[in-house]
Design a protein around this ligand. Sequence first.
Ligand code: NAD
Length: 312
Amino acid sequence: MEVIYLGPEFAIEDVRRVLKKPLIPVIVSTQKDLSETIKSAFGIIDASMKFKLDRALLEKAANLRVVSCATTGSDHIDSSFLGSKNIPLHTMKEDPELIYSLTPAAELSWALLMACARQLPKALDHVKRGLWNREDFPSVVLKGKRMGLVGFGRIGSWMARYASAFGMDVSAYDPYAKNFPNHIRQLSLDELLATSDFLSVHVPLNAGTKNLISSELLEKIKPGAIVINTSRGGIINENALLRCLESGRIAAAGLDVLDGEPTIEGHPLLQYARSHENLLITPHCGGFSPDAVKIVCARAAEKLNAYIGKVT
Ligand code: NAD
């Protein structure tokens, strides 16, 4: 019984390992292949979100019994059509604990924080230029400093753990989060900005969070703070952030996201980063990790096994 696998090739072995006989994964990477293979497929594992599984396509799927996404989103799938055919649609929303355990975006956020604190790219470049002068790299000690987290969900709470491990005092602003650990101080956003040595942003971009870290708020930020944003570009006012970097009000910033990405040419922050060492920008790579993709693909495949006996 064929199971269409839509996803990166590096995870196919994990899918194969998990699927029980007689299920066999078939890698499909083109729309044409998909239109053909779906006619006989028993199931679909979708880890790519690249192909629209719309009504026109799903109508061809005479033997389809189950669709399992290795993602939390499934907007690209006609779920009402699947429902009308009693074909279950599984997503990773069913696995909050597993999703919580995926740390690559939090780890990159921490890496940016450390890289800013230790001027890492500048120091690496210094040595490549044949220099060896440690006085050029005075460090900021993390221990005892305040970590301010905007958003205390999955990534925010991992950041809190990392910060605690480094002996930092952790504060957070998240009016919707429940179950704050006792050692985390809850502050208003104004207070968080005014008192944090490191500010890291971990909220979704929506109408309520667009421009959340506004120009007015940034005027109140603690002088010398380091700002990290791996969420979305529009959450921090980028013009105001640039002004803070130019004026030295904030010491450094580490960003994995830019407003308007992936079109970045001409972006004022990128222009600034090209000639200044206190702004580090990575290409929205925080959440991308084959290690994590393999884990979610295996989980998505596991769900298909439950349907083997149900085939008539
Ligand atoms: P999450 O849903 O687990 O947590 C988000 C938190 O933000 C929640 O606790 C929520 O209560 C809080 N929140 C919502 N609105 C708020 C507001 N107005 N003020 C303060 N807090 C608010 O999400 P997560 O997994 O921690 O991810 C956070 C964001 O990081 C995502 O929305 C996404 O934009 C971004 N992200 C980026 C990458 C990357 O590759 N750089 C990867 C994954 C996620």
